[in-house]
Design a binder for this molecule. Sequence first.
Ligand code: HEM
Length: 434
Amino acid sequence: MNIAFLSLAQTPPLSVPMRFFLTAPLFGIAAGLLLLFGGDGVLDNRWSINTLLVVHMVTLGVLSMVMIGALQQLLPVLMGVVIPRSNMVSRAIHLLWSVGTLLLLAGISQHLPILNRFGVGLLALATLLFVGVILYALARSDSKHGTLIAVATAVISLLFTLLFMLWILNSSGWLAPVVHPLTNLHMSWGLLGWFMLLLIGAAYQVVPMFQITPEFPIAVRRFLAPLIFVGLLLWSGSDLLQLVWMGWVAIAILVSALALFAVVLLRLQLQRKRRLSDVTFTYWRVAMVALLTSTVVWLVGYILGDSRWMESAVVIFLMGGILSAVSGMLFKIVPFLVWLHLNNLYQSAGEWQGNVPNVRQVIPERYSRWQFRVQMVSLGILVVIPLGQFVDQGSRYLTQAAGIAWIASFTMLLVILLLARSKYQSVARALNRG
Ligand code: HEM
């Protein structure tokens, strides 16, 4: 791997992303427990309390947690973007985000508006700090790479996600679920803005680097993220102003942009220079196929006016698309960061870097393969849950089975990440003793 361009001097400590990465599987395990013990209706009805809890354990507790952590490390390392007071900022965001999410989950489950208020307040503080720091750092960067605009639009989308939710909760006396028409906008900015744009920005960097593919075409890097952002603005405009034609323009933009991204990435994978297919490669392939499937399923649901198709599309997008890509990314960036930080330590101690474990020693491929298999089982079960309605108690048993698979896959993820961290600590300690 060519590391000449990496900004080693800017690297914040490994603990900056690791505290987020290690917290995320805990929320995943909690979501699995809720699927297992939540009784009937955990995923039966979009507006049930348990569905809302599972959705936010995954969106806030797992996916946003990993993304916020990863961004604080990848921007400085890959793009030379300096984040001021990185360790202190990371601690503050992590604390506010974790406690805010817990309070919100408690408020929703106990139907307590006061807890919702406090939870959302802390999440809003975390968001303002995170978005402020990232935008400030991006504005001072000299880089002209497409990742910059994708990350900027992603974090602005997180602000919109929060703003729509503040609007909704304010009108409901801070009780949730609300069954509010604006929830679709909250959801669209969260899923297609915050998650998707960030994934696109990260992919521009990590896919060519880790999967040894050609670069994304320049036109894609330049225009795709702004196009999706404009699509989301039009989608919001059509909803707020009740303009049907604008809605169709927005759908055409968003569906073709997502499909284009997936097809380009799958093509790049086919053109990769080394015919090696590790678990990250397979995870990203699954993610892109899921992305394509979810756009088709959503479009069918929209045309038929059948919300069940659209709900299935959201499950496939979230658990097949975003979670797969994020898991695949973790299995590459964690060993890479451990290796990079150890390399830095050896270099500054003037020691021979041959003793630094390579990335495959930090997370052995067979561990991540097993985690991948279990996560794919959980995805398969989730996708067929709607079919369970044709058998007596079918949905309930399938939801419980998905819960068991989630608990297993997130526990495996946690153990693998802990092993990687302890590898870092033991090598660093040995260096200090020597
Ligand atoms: C930042 C703090 C957030 C708060 C306080 C929050 C709160 C809520 C609430 C109260 C609802 C239910 C609305 C209703 O009943 O009409 C909801 C729905 C939803 N939220 Fe969030 N949310 C937050 C962030 C996010 C993020 C970052 C995402 C994803 C990227 C997300 C994804 C969703 C989805 C997909 C739904 C629809 C759930 C369903 O239809 O079952 N939320 N959110």
